[in-house]
Design a protein around this ligand. Structure first.
Ligand code: SD4
Length: 301
């Protein structure tokens, strides 16, 4: 039924991503088209230091992008360490739909994108280059726990990823994740966002999950897969996210004091839940008018 259709996205910029996704979902479009539209909005229309164009570069001054997309039927595609292509989520979708593979990286991903008609264009902004030059003065890699509200100039934020999950009128789920990764990362570093099961996982039988924060922890714990599997065992989305956070802490109690990890989940009934290691994570929900539009929710932590 239509009244279950909804979309949820990480962080406050999720409001804009949800609005873009709803232009698809509200007309009866598919969850897959909706999450791609939402992620494309974050990659292009938004000038944010952590997603798409305007993203902060790695420590060599190179902007590299990671993205994934997954349909509830198990199809998925991803790109990692992609340079100079404005819409990594759409390249990820092309990997899913036009190749026998699920992931392309670096130069090969770019070569594939260009062959598919994506334009090669420099994405590093003057602001991001300036932020990098500032960073070089100390060259210290210290992820900030709550980076999301800090804005340039003097921005210290080095993470914030758009994770977006949708349920459409036909009861199908899909998700996407797109990011420039951790600012000042080593050149070649890949985070969780393009790793299916870590930064994103979707299964029509159960639900969908995505993550934001220090991606190494999500990879270590196959975290988005874990959240979906916990829901499969009967946990609510909120409980599943909380239990996955507990797993992260148990594995690395000391490190967990210094880094942020956030999970967002949506089950096949349209129930939404989130949990973060530290205070400060917010997500946006758009359900097309039954509830509050584009409301930002403070996650439990
Ligand atoms: C990464 N998870 O590359 C991403 C960064 C992020 O909120 O989510 N920031 O590790």
């Amino acid at each position: 039924t239509t009244n279950r259709a909804r979309v949820v996205s990480t962080w406050d910029f999720g409001v804009g991503a949800n609005a873009a996704a709803w232009r698809v979902l509200g007309k009866g479009g598919s969850a897959l088209d909706a999450v791609e539209a939402g992620a494309r909005w974050a990659e292009a229309d938004l000038c944010n230091p952590t997603v798409g164009r305007c993203g902060n570069p790695d420590r060599d001054g190179v902007l590299t992008l990671d993205a994934s997309i997954m349909d509830g039927d198990g199809r998925c595609g991803a790109v990692a360490a992609l340079e100079d292509i404005a819409h990594p989520v759409s390249v990820a979708r092309a990997v899913m739909e036009k190749t026998p593979h699920v992931m392309l990286v670096g130069a090969g991903a770019q070569q594939f994108a260009v062959a598919q008609g994506f334009e090669k264009t420099p994405l590093l902004t003057d602001q991001a280059r300036e932020a990098w030059r500032e960073w070089l003065k100390t060259a210290q890699y210290t992820p900030q726990i709550n980076a999301e509200r800090q804005q340039r100039p003097g921005d210290k934020s080095n993470h914030d990823t758009l994770g977006i999950l949708a349920l459409d009128a036909k009861g199908r789920l899909a998700g996407a994740c797109t990011t420039s990764g951790m600012a000042w990362k080593l050149h070649g570093r890949v985070g969780d966002s393009p790793i299916v099961g870590a930064g994103l996982y979707v299964d029509n039988e159960v639900g969908a999950a995505t993550a934001s924060g220090v991606g190494e922890e999500m990879v270590r714990n196959a975290a988005s897969f874990l959240v979906v599997e916990l829901m499969r065992q009967g946990r609510s989305p909120a409980d599943a996210c909380r239990e996955a956070i507990e797993r992260v802490v148990r594995k690395r109690p000391e490190a967990s004091k210094q880094l942020q990890v956030c999970f967002l989940a949506l089950n096949r009934d349209g129930e939404v839940g989130a949990f973060a290691l530290h205070k400060g994570f917010v997500y946006a929900l758009h359900d097309g008018g039954k509830g509050p539009h584009d409301q930002l929710h403070e996650s439990a932590s």
